[in-house]
Ligand binder design. Structure first.
Ligand code: IMP
Length: 431
């Protein structure tokens, strides 16, 4: 048995898509286990740029099978569109994509409910993809599993009840709702295209593990957006952390051997909520521009800030991280000096990790250590020694602090702009 989970350690957008794409080369199966079309993976292969929201990043590798697990919520129109994109790109999907019958359907009512919630006086800054309402309906036992896409009467029954429930709120908010009959018809039409892909994901993964195939679990979003352990209520509605790979696929926790935690060399977040190391000045703007920090799903500008070690220390524990993939180090090139938060001051006390109480967390004042900046990094280095000493020092300080080896270093969007193996930086730190 061999398996790897790839998870984001910050607030999403850490560059997991590229890391999964690289690791997918060695994988027989790539499995998404949570979230839905709120995620966005941008992959650059040669001259081509691909953005996928639902299909695992392994889809661009013709030999890799791609599975969508029970933990997901799936917008059928978005998935059909992605499958059609694959066909346009000449990628075969038959037999390569398997959708769990227990994953849930995102309907137009979920998107409307998301819009209503975001228009209220307690917005979250969601992606408006209907994710939260779809998980609410699943937990409320009024959702639609993917396997039901072949049963129009069941869908109509559920949708009629759901329409009655949200209709008064929709009317008040001025959000239009389709009639349940029309929405049923739409879902059944899309379902006809998706049902051929619905299959036993749990069993497929389990058998693959038993026959020594390599399984890669592809996380979506980032640890700080986890429904249980993130910056609640400014979180997504699914389990984001590595344990979610087990529950969201249908395996025990010991099925995951290696956990690759992906962190950007700085921090970003989209949407509302606490962000202790946020930079609202010119440096933040500069990082946003250099890093192209605009949402792959919504196009929103991302909030940018310094690297936050308390978050990474917590994320290491929450995910059981065994290896680190550090991305976008190149974006920091050209800054005179670079800060890293090494702790927080909360209520006069210094803490090393974010407290479990999100309200305390929101008052955290970061304590910084400064590092010397570095000039442009080589685009395609063959070893870490080609990097300036200041960049290697920065890298080593992060790895030492977390007690985890950096095994992937990404210096740009392309597959070739990557170093792999145990990456040793330089041991001296600070300015
Ligand atoms: P939702 O997942 O659309 O309900 O949004 C809840 C929160 O998670 C918002 O702050 C979103 O911006 C954030 N979020 C959801 N998906 C992603 C992602 O893939 N990257 C970064 N943030 C995300």
């Amino acid at each position: 048995m061999s398996s790897t989970a790839v998870v984001g350690l910050q607030w999403g957008d850490e560059g997991k898509g590229k890391i999964v794409d690289i690791l997918a080369e060695e994988a027989d199966l790539v499995v998404r286990f949570g979230g839905g079309a709120n995620a966005g993976h941008t992959l650059v292969v040669g001259e081509q740029k691909y953005v996928f929201h639902l299909l695992p990043s392994g889809i661009v590798r013709p030999e890799t099978r791609c599975l969508l697990g029970a933990g997901m919520v799936i917008d059928p129109s978005a998935l059909v569109e992605e499958i059609e994109t694959c066909h346009r790109l000449g990628l075969n999907t038959t037999g390569r994509i398997v959708i769990s019958p227990a994953a849930h359907v995102v309907t137009e009512y979920h998107k409307a409910a998301d819009q209503i919630g975001e228009g209220s006086d307690r917005p979250i800054g969601t992606t408006l993809r209907g994710i939260g309402p779809a998980y609410e309906d699943r937990a409320g036992r009024r959702g639609i599993p993917m396997s039901w896409l072949r049963y129009p009467e069941r869908i109509l029954d559920i949708l009629s009840a759901n329409a009655r429930r949200i209709e008064p709120f929709a009317r008040q908010a001025g959000v239009p709702l389709p009639p349940p009959e029309a929405e049923t018809h739409r879902l059944v039409r899309l379902g006809a295209m998706l049902i051929p892909y619905v299959g036993d994901v749990r069993q497929t993964v389990s058998q693959a593990l038993d026959s020594d195939k390599h399984v890669l679990f592809e996380g979506a979003q980032g640890t700080m957006l986890d429904i249980l352990h993130g910056t609640y209520p400014y979180v997504t509605s699914s389990q984001v952390i590595a344990a979610g790979a087990a529950t969201g696929t249908g395996l025990g926790p010991s099925a995951i051997q290696t956990v690759v935690g992906v962190a950007k060399a700085y921090t970003t977040r989209v949407g509302l909520g606490p962000f202790p190391t946020e930079l609202t000045d010119e440096t933040g703007d500069r990082i946003r521009d250099a890093g192209g920090e605009f949402g792959a799903t919504t196009g929103r500008p991302r909030r940018c800030g310094w690297l936050d070690l308390p978050i990474l220390r917590l994320a290491k524990k929450l995910n059981g991280v065994t290896e680190l993939a550090l991305t976008k180090l190149d974006v920091l090139a050209g800054l005179d000096r670079i800060a890293v938060a090494t702790g927080y001051r909360i209520d006069g006390r210094v803490v090393a990790v974010p407290p479990e109480d999100p309200d305390q967390w929101a008052q955290a004042e970061p304590l910084y250590e400064w590092f010397e900046g570095f000039e442009a990094l080589p685009k395609h280095p063959s070893t870490v020694d080609e990097l300036p000493a200041q960049a290697r020092r920065y890298l080593q300080a992060i790895s030492d602090d977390l007690g985890v080896d950096v095994t992937i270093l990404s210096l740009g969007p392309g597959r070739s702009q990557t170093l792999r193996g145990k990456i040793q930086g330089s041991p001296d730190r600070g300015v």
